[in-house]
Design a protein around this ligand. Structure first.
Ligand SMILES: [Zn+2]
Length: 88
């Protein structure tokens, strides 16, 4: 797993490393709504862990034993403007 910072709310979300690599490569925006983990796929959802905890985890989890290959969920078009749902 890797960490990625939401461009909207500046929260850290944990995402699969493969996905993080793609974001790095494209240098594209990433927001909570792009999260495949629906439990954390909205800016209104609190960050899973504190920044300190995440830093710690990212430092030691590089090359971890957790080999949960869910496959790469490639997004063909990250440029859709999301003007749907949500206004409370
Ligand atoms: Zn967010």
């Amino acid at each position: 797993m890797r960490g990625v910072l939401c461009d909207d709310c500046d929260k850290w979300r944990r995402i699969p490393a493969t996905l993080a690599d793609q974001i790095d490569e494209k240098n594209c925006k990433w927001t909570c709504k792009d999260n495949n983990d629906k439990d954390f796929a909205d800016c209104s959802i609190p960050q899973e862990k504190s920044n300190a905890e995440i830093n710690e985890e990212l430092e030691i989890s590089d090359g971890s034993c957790e080999d949960d290959a869910r496959g790469a969920f490639l997004k063909s078009n990250p440029n859709q403007s999301t003007a749907s749902q949500q206004s409370s």
